[in-house]
Ligand binder design. Sequence first.
Ligand code: HEC
Length: 333
Amino acid sequence: MLLNRGVIRIGLPMPAVSEFDLVDVDDPYHFASASELSLFRRPPPIANLRFQATIMIDGRETFPGLTILQDLAHQADVATTGHAQSALHLTAQEQQQIVTFEVGLFSAQIRDKDAGKLNAKGATGGPEPLVTEPFYIGINDPFPNGDPTGKVFDPHVFNVFDAWSTLQGAQHGKDGARGSVSRGQDLFNIRPIHLIGVKGVNDDLGVPEFVGSCTTCHDTPNSGNHSKSGPVDLGITTEARRMPDEPLYTFRNKVTGELVKTTDPGKGLISGIWKHIGRMKAPSLHSLAARAPYFHNGSAATLLDVVNFYDTRFAMGLTDDEKEDLVAFLQSL
Ligand code: HEC
């Protein structure tokens, strides 16, 4: 699994207090149990942390009342006593040094083989512009009372390739490729998506359908992660999408008796809350070309697979040209 999909096994127990029981474990490796569920996840990028609102895909290192810097300090200590198997905790000073180092790391694609330099002709690709890109928790959040400054949501989350919009008519060579990247940015920002059955959106807002775009969830300007901690369930962990080597867990709601099957309960395993099962954070979207496969479980081998997932899941009706443009954009971030 490590070699094929780049996933690492995370062992996490059932929460001490929860709204559900674990009633069945179907683990091809015959290891997982309520005391240690096996969750196979991609290690998240540790660059561009300055824009994060949620630490870890299931938010388990994000604590109410703590700042992201405090969350990161805690995460560093837990990884030292856990993964690194240290008998000693990090000192407060060591934690601080790690965090200072981490939040100074920026990563983005600099060059694309077709479009060439990603900061040519007025575009602002590459890591340097990220260093000064404004951010605060909740910036540009699309949901009611989202942005703490009261600013209205702007779906134009990425403007990196605005200067290339004049090249959208170009047919060949670098300019043709740049036009495609720019069209992909437009699609990402504003192409409507009808969100249906997304836990964390439809149930929390109480709306059967929410018309948004890719930037409804990927809303942090020029970073693309969600600017507030609010993981959502896209449906990646359903039984239908299970890969043969993944464990499948069956949970039962203690009150209603309802059953749910999932390969990864995400935030539900941290909070113990039934409706959180399957929820994952929307991650930042830089340096994607360098780190396939995608999604927490590596289930999308390529960026086209990612785009096809959204196209199918939300019946977007993307044409082949639109898919190509979206991929050209994503691989230029
Ligand atoms: C309803 C919220 C939502 C919408 C809308 C949405 N995403 Fe996502 N996106 C997520 C979440 C959550 C994840 C993480 C899922 C996981 O790993 O299980 C994700 C992951 C991704 C990833 C993988 C990143 C990685 O590092 O593996 C890419 C690429 C991506 N989205 C692109 C898009 C594109 C393109 C669109 C529009 C067609 C889009 N997203 C629309 C929530 C959303």
